[in-house]
Design a protein around this ligand. Sequence first.
Ligand SMILES: [Cu+2]
Length: 379
Amino acid sequence: MSTNWLRQRLSRRGLIVNSIATAGLSASGAALLAGGTGYKAAPHSGDTSSGPPHSGHAPAGHDAHGNMISVGDVDVARNGFDPSAMLTDWETGEVSQRQDGRTVRTFHIAAVDKEIEIAPGIMFPAWTYNGRVPGPSLRVTEGDRVRVVFRNGASHPHSMHFHGIHSARVDGVPGAGIIASGEEFVYEFDAAPFGCHLYHCHALPLKRHIHKGMYGAFVIDPDPARHPEHAFVARSRLLGTPENKEWQELVMVMNGFDTNFDDENEIYAVNTVGHHFAKHPIKILRSNPVRIYLINVTEFDPINSLHVHANFFDYYDHGTTLIPTLKTVDTVMQCQAQRGILEFTFKEHEPGLYMFHAHQSEFAELGWMGMFDVTDGVA
Ligand SMILES: [Cu+2]
């Protein structure tokens, strides 16, 4: 039993190296999982000479925290999206006012086939919303009218299925909003309930459409006027308020990629690129609290998780309450489509690099590991 387990795990890692070799990058492929070689190994350009890091942004002390990570860096410009920028790049839509005074937010989303680089030298034939994985992070306020104009410019039928309250005809499932290639459809509903939600394609086979990259964050901020008993908390969650500006808000979508079609993931990540936040730590001002909108879309594995080092957080399951549903925990697990809001602070910590990762150790080693770079904010 245990040797069988070991053989399976070894073969998964072997397949990753194979997939890189196939891509003509055998030198960096061999280095990718060799371990212990740090940044002295070949950069992902295929240059086999030893030399400085690919672009020189490895944090000081990086080696001390774990050198079992991929070597080199992903070309985020070619991908057209940057996991770091995705932490905060909310889309709030085109805003208009209806005659009855209600705010209407209109979003334009297109399904596009696109090859993306998910780890140095590893390309994945993704299906995307607007050319990125995860798709755009949509943010609205409770009670807004949400209008999503969806155009399918991809090669397969797709949809947008929103987690939230809406009528059956805009559910984005077979028979109600699956859109053929070249067609367009408008999903429209009132934003409710407030919380940390998601959208994803619901075309069949579902697990293929999700794991190919068709998902994104969908956050509904609470309307403070509707929650007088927790108005301060509600305002702190409402994008654009002075109370909200105090928070360092981050969107983290936990995902994985099956690069060899064996119904298992070879790369795990937050915001798609394995080990991205180990190489590009997230800058955190210790004076200001942190709020993470955490969403799990990982296919094939029953759960995923997030653990923060040297700290504890309060957690709001689904983000649908204004008081925490879990208090003072350092790890939370989520099944697919489960999500929630984490709140914590480094106020009493000394500056430095603080790790966060999935506490499925295998996921961490295969990409789902990163760092907070906590500073006082003085240049
Ligand atoms: Cu789809």
